[in-house]
Design a protein around this ligand. Structure first.
Ligand SMILES: [Zn+2]
Length: 468
């Protein structure tokens, strides 16, 4: 480390002697296109995970944010020709035939030529291999000659912009407008926070571990930094990358913690180019569950709810699509769909324990009037959730919207039934379909595959998850 500092000091001295200036922002730069100066990467290798560490629990939106960041850290590409990197620096050059991770978003252009923010990873990979594209890596140098502004670079704030699901690619100076400033204390860090210094660098926190006393003992950082994207841990036990360095080298040096205001609504789209662990996809066949047939009607809905974090498997490798959902599971899914709001109230039910996994969900759902008991003091958490019950909960979670149709085609649904308005809304909007043209099966239990289909349709109808 000391040798590195010395080398840096010598470089600076040499540059001054040569009459060069090391201004962070060239005087001619467009203020909206501030250049970012990545720091030297921390030294040392990742350590083994700390024994007994407890990982932070995150809501589906934040989980989706983390997965989006991992998509960028995990994407791999290989330039066909050397590409000038950030500020033409030798160290920033992308070398032909070398494999890099992270999307080398253009720095200067927030949209438009070269690597526009809107370009998703799938498209990025297609373009860099397409000779007719301005992003075709073999042509990048001559393209730069025509317009030297947009360098290829592996850009820190592009990763944060993408992970946060922002409408456009932002820079360190503009990220704060989407965030609350949380301060500079390491202990206040949460998963999904950005450690940012305007005009300098941005890093995303993608995992946190705690010791048994609830004190942070590990922070995973995802960042784009020349020439590749990276993911690594700071740990209290580490000598090469100690947790204290995160405080002293960043938070004490002008960085602040930014918390994205729209973090709860961030959506996730699986990429066949970057399949992450646990992803489910009928197209590329990514499938952690042995009992799921991706040829079946439920493949797309189940993929959606699993990838968005609304439902998970019944075990590591099974999803049990035909099993019935219980009332407590139904409440939990809807709570997740509504971004897992906190609830501090009490419940009147004698069959509910406060340490049940679904307690926060049921607490919220009952206080919101979304879920009702089966009797004044009974919720029946383990009873199957019927199709009429799930439709009703979804309708209430949507705010009891006025149905746009007045009639239902089902012979097994009595007009004026307690769930009638809910079903008019759900059927009229395609949230649910019948079991046949003439039957709905209101009292049948809802299978997990059926629940997935209803949940997905409701999310899309209500615009629950945003971001590309
Ligand atoms: Zn896929």
């Amino acid at each position: 480390m000391r040798r590195l500092r010395l080398r840096r000091a010598l470089c600076l001295l040499l540059a001054l002697l040569l009459g060069l200036t090391f201004l962070p922002f060239p005087a001619t730069a467009d203020p909206g296109l501030t250049e970012e100066e990545p720091l030297e990467p921390p030294e040392g290798l990742d350590e083994e995970a700390e024994r007994g560490a407890i990982h932070a629990q995150v809501s589906p939106g934040v989980r989706n944010m983390v997965k989006r960041a991992y998509q960028i850290t995990d994407i791999q590409w290989t330039p066909k020709k050397d590409i000038e990197g950030w500020k033409n620096r030798e160290a920033n050059r992308f070398l032909a035939g070398h494999t890099y991770s992270g999307i080398p978003y253009g720095q200067a252009h927030r949209s438009g030529s070269y690597v526009p923010w809107q370009t998703a990873y799938e498209e990025f990979l297609r373009q860099v291999n397409n000779p007719n594209s301005p992003m075709y890596t073999a042509r990048a140098v001559s393209q730069l000659a025509q317009n030297p502004g947009p360098y290829y670079c592996c850009d820190c704030s592009a990763l944060v912009s993408w992970a946060w699901g922002l409408p456009q690619r932002e820079i360190t100076n503009t990220l704060p407008q989407y965030a609350d400033v949380i301060g500079t204390s390491l202990n206040s860090l949460q998963v999904g926070d950005c450690i940012n210094k305007e005009g300098t660098h941005a890093r995303l926190v993608t995992d946190i571990t705690y010791n048994s006393r609830g004190v942070i003992n590990g922070v995973e950082i995802s960042e784009e930094r020349q020439p590749s994207a990276k993911r690594f841990w700071y740990r209290s036990s580490s000598s090469t990358r100690p947790l204290t360095a995160l405080q002293t080298e960043f938070l004490d040096q002008g960085y602040v913690i930014l918390r994205c205001r729209t973090r709860e609504s961030i959506g996730y789209t699986h990429s066949c180019a970057v399949p992450l662990a646990g992803d489910l996809c009928p197209v590329c066949g990514a499938n952690p569950f042995q009992d799921l047939n991706l040829e079946k009607w439920y493949a797309e809905p189940v993929a959606y709810v699993v990838n968005q974090g609304l439902m998970s498997g019944t075990s590591e490798d099974s999803f049990s699509p035909k099993a019935a959902i219980t009332r407590s599971m139904a409440v939990t899914m809807i709570w997740r769909m509504k971004h897992s709001p906190a609830c501090f109230g009490t419940l009147p039910f004698t069959d509910i324990k406060t340490d049940a996994y679904y307690y926060p969900a049921l607490c919220w759902a009952w206080h919101q009037g979304i879920a009702a008991g089966t009797a004044p003091d009974t919720f029946s958490p383990k009873a199957d959730c019927t199709r009429a019950q799930l439709v009703t909960m979804l309708w209430k979670a949507a705010g009891e919207p006025q149905p746009q149709i007045a009639e239902l085609p089902f012979k097994d649904v009595r007009k004026g039934a307690w769930y009638y308005q809910a079903l008019l809304w759900a059927f009229g909007n395609g949230v649910v379909s019948g079991k046949s043209a003439e039957s709905f099966g209101p009292s049948d239990s809802t299978t997990r595959a059926e629940a997935a289909a209803m949940l997905r349709s409701a999310c899309i109808l209500l615009g629950i998850f945003t971001g590309k």
